[in-house]
Write a protein that binds this ligand. Structure first.
Ligand code: KG4
Ligand code: ZN
Length: 365
């Protein structure tokens, strides 16, 4: 039986308030009818990081507006929406709560189903939204709060092969920017400055690189950068533009090296299990980095594996990915009710042991 579903998605788990409408008909590719994102960089700029209370208040203020804008942009009326999908975790609890409350209000008012979505599943299913990648596939999820290798087998079925034991790469980029006086979010600023730098000037560590398995670590890298910065300041009294560029380039190359090596290991493990589906997809904000993408592409070429990376605006937080993940969950028969809880932690692979550490978004679920 042919069916068309139109889903309104809401996202508010960190520092972006987003609403989007995604439509899918049986046998056709999903369509993003609208995707509205209101960032909060200006609100947090003075604090050097996301302030949870400020974020939660801004989400509460911006959610309704975002929904109105998403409806206007798509030309869809509220009465045409079949279900509401909302990020129910993991993330900063105040923000997640704002989104869940807004979604409950809409679902109850319209008398339509509510579907809670794991933010990480939103990122992890993005290659299906953008490229209709079939299950299973290997996913490298790299963002400001997360870093893990997952085998995606279904909308609720993930196997984690490894992940960070401390910082996420996005967090390391953000901290690096802060240490060098560059604007937040750090990823894009460090990437831009690194373009005119020498990646060989500083020999930064590649933590856990020679340890077996797919776990990663980035906190030592940040400490090494701090030491290198302080050594230059002690010697010359300050940093030149070139020092900054060289520090950024050397830092970024270390991240690329670690991700390339660990991805190769994860890919070998994955291909041994699923030789017929050689696909690596990358998602999350850090997937916007072109040096990282290029590094992963070389690994994929070596193993005749298809490489998929979403367009930049679907790498960072957005609600289209939440609407789409909600659509898949809903089609698989999942629905929530007014008891849907906001969860600060929500691991994708329920069988994997909890990761250590705690990132920008609270937990390395
Ligand atoms: O997925 P996302 O929007 O939010 C989380 O779920 O964390 O990712 C945001 C993170 C930030 O840490 C930001 O610095 C990083 O992604 N990021 C980048 C780049 N663009 C964004 N990191 C490295 N290079 C980039 N071009
Ligand atoms: Zn995210």
């Amino acid at each position: 039986m042919s069916e068309t579903l139109t889903i309104l998605g809401l996202e508010s788990s960190c520092d972006d308030t987003a609403a989007a409408i995604v439509r899918k008909s049986t046998g056709t590719a999903p369509e993003i009818l609208s995707s509205v994102v209101h960032g909060q960089n200006d609100l947090h700029a003075a604090f050097g990081g996301v302030v949870p209370e400020i974020a939660a208040r801004a989400h509460a203020e911006k959610l309704d507006i975002s929904v109105e804008e998403a409806l206007a942009e798509s030309g869809i009326k509220l009465s045409e929406i079949d279900a509401i999908a909302v990020t129910a975790g993991p993330g900063l609890i105040g923000g997640v709560l704002s989104g869940v409350m807004c979604a409950k209000g809409l679902a109850a008012g319209l008398g339509i189903p509510l579907v809670g979505v794991n933010h990480l599943a939103g990122h992890a299913l993005t290659p299906r939204l953008t490229d209709q990648v079939a299950y299973p596939y290997l996913m490298l999820l790299v963002s400001g709060g997360h870093c893990q290798f997952l085998i995606a087998r279904g909308p609720d079925e993930f196997t984690r092969l490894g992940g960070t034991i401390d910082d996420a790469p996005g967090e390391a980029f953000d901290k690096t920017a802060r240490l060098l006086g560059l604007p937040q979010p750090g990823g894009p600023s460090v990437e831009t400055v690194a373009r005119s730098g020498d990646p060989k000037r500083f020999a930064f560590p590649r933590p856990l690189m020679d340890r077996p398995g797919c776990d990663l670590s980035f906190s030592g890298l940040k400490t090494a950068l701090l030491r290198a910065r302080d050594a230059i300041i002690a010697e010359k009294g300050g940093l030149t533009e070139q020092d900054r560029a060289d520090l950024c380039a050397s830092f970024q190359e270390a991240v690329v090296d670690v991700l390339r090596k660990k991805t190769e290991r994860a890919l070998k493990e994955y291909l041994a299990l699923s030789p017929d589906n050689p696909v690596l997809a990358v998602a999350g904000g850090v997937a916007a980095n072109s040096a990282i993408r290029a590094g992963l592409e070389t690994v994929c070429a070596k193993y005749q594996t298809q490489f998929t990376a979403p367009p930049l605006k679907l790498c960072t937080d957005n609600a289209a990915m939440i609407a789409y993940a909600g659509l898949e969950r809903f089609q698989a028969g999942h629905q929530d009710d007014m008891h849907l809880a906001a969860r600060p932690r929500w691991p994708l692979d329920k069988r994997a042991p909890a990761m250590l550490g705690s990132g920008k978004k609270g937990a390395k679920a």
